[in-house]
Design a protein around this ligand. Structure first.
Ligand code: AMP
Length: 395
């Protein structure tokens, strides 16, 4: 299944043209890393003035499966990566057939863009994960409650993110109506996991099969959306090592080239279960921009270009807090207030013009010798963004 060819390993040196499919903040930060290193970096994007489009050296407008747009991309870029997993496998295969370096390759995306295929992959490679059943027909609903117990979670196999397309089902008699609410599409039914923490590990794997990982990050979600990450996760050296080994195992089994993130549940009895695989940089790795020797986006560039990967040591423990559109509810956040509150705060805004509840508009990172203090400082800086708003409302 490996994307690694044992034969020629082309190295793309600056100023080669690199393209990313997808217009969001992950594409933007990939482009920024690539441009810093001297590459001609551009985007295939369906929208004008997107987060990635705003910073791209060049843009091709179109949907990721639009053949005319793919032709233009192939004419423009020597190597192509993606910023999200829902790019069609045929599109990536077509680009690879045009002689382009396409990393990650279509097989990695094909597995990770569908929860059923992802679970089958984990099962095949005996990588620990939550108990699950596939749901494709009414008949599949029958044994779910006995097999998985309650609560269980029904998740659509395709196109779910940030908790969308999933329903927690408390009782056997509610399984059918939950499946109906999800549109009776192919689903994964998962047993409920009593977790003590959610952690993630970002891996970078090169074209030569060499792979490196960052320390695990501890993730806190609010309303199913990532709220904060602390790195290194305070889970102790043994769990940290196990998580890194499992994540490396996932990358190796997929044979992926590029950056890959593995999200885990750490159960109350100390086991690690893989929850999700993202074949790309991840929100929980954004703090590597300031906190690590090499950022996850620079690793994406290096892996794409066949360069040796960079060191993953942390310069300092760090915390990242997301800035969701909710912060704009009473007007523009007060950026100066955050900087006044803490001179160490690093602000990243993605250039999105319309804030909406739950929409990721940016993030802030704080480095501190103590990871918990980093998180407290990042949260305090985020509160400062709207503390004037609240005072304004009170008068
Ligand atoms: P996912 O989209 O699969 O990452 O799920 C979003 C969030 O829902 C996770 O980060 C967990 O907080 C929660 N969740 C998902 N699956 C389970 C499960 N099997 N047991 C407990 N919580 C879950």
């Amino acid at each position: 299944m490996s994307e690694v060819s044992p034969h020629s390993q082309p190295i793309l040196r600056p100023p080669a043209a690199l393209g990313v499919i997808g217009e969001g903040q992950l594409g933007r930060m990939f482009l920024q890393a690539a441009q810093r290193m001297g590459y001609e970096a551009g985007v295939l994007s369906a929208k004008e003035s997107s987060p990635a489009g705003q910073v791209a050296h060049w843009s091709v407008m179109g949907a990721p499966d639009d053949l005319a747009a793919l032709r233009q991309l192939a004419a423009r870029a020597q190597a192509i990566t993606v910023e999200f997993e829902n790019v069609s496998a045929p599109a990536l295969r077509w680009l690879a057939r045009q002689g382009k370096l396409v990393r990650p390759g279509w097989k990695t995306l094909w597995i990770s863009q569908n929860r059923l295929r992802e679970k089958e992959f984990l099962q095949r490679y005996q990588i620990p994960h939550a108990p699950w059943r596939s749901v494709r027909t009414m008949a599949d609903l029958g044994g779910l409650s006995d097999g998985l117990g309650h609560p269980l979670i029904l998740k659509t196999a395709a196109s779910g993110y940030d908790g969308k397309g999933q329903i927690r089902v408390e009782r056997a008699q509610d399984v059918e109506s939950a499946w109906s609410r999800l549109g009776r599409v192919a689903c994964v039914a998962e047993g409920w996991v009593e977790f003590a923490a959610e952690i993630s590990v970002v891996v970078a794997r090169g074209a030569d099969g060499m792979a490196v990982t960052y320390p695990p990050g501890l993730n806190h979600h609010e309303r199913h959306i990532l709220d904060s990450t602390v790195m290194p996760a305070p889970v102790g050296p043994i769990v940290a090592l196990e998580a890194q080994e499992l994540a490396l195992g996932v990358a190796e089994a997929l044979g992926t080239v590029g950056v890959l993130t593995v999200e885990f549940f750490l159960t109350v009895d100390g086991r690690l279960l893989v929850n999700e695989i993202a074949p790309r940089p991840h929100n929980s790795g954004h703090l590597t921009i300031e906190a690590a020797l090499t950022s996850q986006f620079e690793q994406q560039v290096r892996a794409l270009c066949g360069l040796p990967l960079g060191g993953t040591d942390l310069v300092s423990p760090a915390a990242m807090v997301n800035l969701l559109g909710d912060l704009w509810a009473d007007g523009e956040p007060d950026w100066e207030a955050a900087f006044r509150a803490d001179s160490g705060v690093k602000l990243h805004l993605y250039g999105k013009q319309t804030p909406a509840a739950g929409r990721k508009m940016g993030h802030m990172t704080v480095l501190d010798p103590d990871a918990e203090t980093a998180l407290a400082r990042a949260r305090a800086a985020r509160r400062a963004l709207t503390s004037g708003h609240r005072r304004g409302r009170e008068v």
